[in-house]
Write a protein that binds this ligand. Structure first.
Ligand code: AP5
Length: 214
């Protein structure tokens, strides 16, 4: 199965992708995670992406399309994959279609998680990530057992640079302008599976699994 998880920043794409990896046995491909790793490692990719990310802007299409083109050809993607944070523009969606068509493949479902903007700001300002294993938490909705410490690996938790309120508002604007048009794009293609993104994380997971099995 080849899936796209679509939704604004903070909709819960990463949260649900982690659960779906266990359920479906296919890898999660997060362009945001790939880019943040490149920034941490100080690679040429990371150096070119950092300013865009810190400003809440999209990294140029040519850069992310190149990343995805290489990643979906990897052996672990043979049984399928889950794209989290890609595509984010119509040119990225067109490029993905072309790359997959050349491999004789296509996307099966586009799961679009819908959450109102004010809830997104609350989710993102309270998000914390583990420095060690990358696990995600929320100070109120999904707190670790011990404040500031990862339950899974004991690593220190931190706030992402782009999770400050001013940058969050910029990211939401970018989403409205450049990514939201993909909803109509995939509806027209007959692939859109809208999901109500308010409620408990487990409830939302159940809705997604129901749609994928339906
Ligand atoms: P990226 O990392 O993709 O960020 P994003 O799309 O903005 O999404 P987030 O990771 O912020 O949110 P999420 O939907 O995964 O929410 P999460 O599950 O963590 O991209 C970052 C940057 O990289 C971009 O701004 C851009 O610069 C660049 N980039 C990446 N891809 C690109 C591309 N294709 N093209 C160009 N540039 C690209 O949940 C959020 C919080 O809410 C967590 O704390 C979680 O615990 C909590 N939460 C989740 N579900 C619930 C719930 N049901 N109830 C309560 N709390 C919940």
């Amino acid at each position: 199965m080849r899936l796209i998880l679509l939704g604004p920043p903070g909709a819960g794409k990463g949260t649900q992708a982690t659960r779906l990896v266990d359920k479906c046995g296919i890898p999660q491909i997060s362009t945001g995670e790939i880019l943040r790793a490149a920034v941490r490692e100080g690679t040429p990719l990371g150096k070119s992406a950092k300013d865009f990310m810190d400003a809440g802007k999209l990294v140029p299409d040519s850069v992310v399309i190149g990343i995805i083109e290489e990643r979906v050809k990897a052996a672990d993607c043979a049984p399928g994959f889950m794209l989290d944070g890609f595509p984010r523009t119509v040119p990225q969606a067109d490029a993905l279609k072309d790359v997959l068509a050349k491999m004789g493949l296509k996307i099966d479902h586009v799961v679009s998680i819908e959450v109102p903007n004010e809830e997104l700001v609350i989710r993102l300002t309270g998000r914390r990530m583990c420095k060690g294993c990358g696990a995600g938490y929320h100070v109120k909705f999904d707190p670790p057992k011990s404040a500031g410490v990862c339950d899974k690996c004991g690593g220190a938790l931190f706030q992402r640079d782009d999770d400050k309120e001013e940058t969050i508002r910029a990211r939401l604007k970018v989403y409205e302008d450049q990514t939201a048009p993909l909803i109509a794009y995939y509806r027209q293609a007959g692939l859109l599976r809208p999901i109500e993104g308010m409620g408990g994380m487990g409830d939302i997971f159940g809705r997604i699994v129901g749609v994928l099995n339906g």
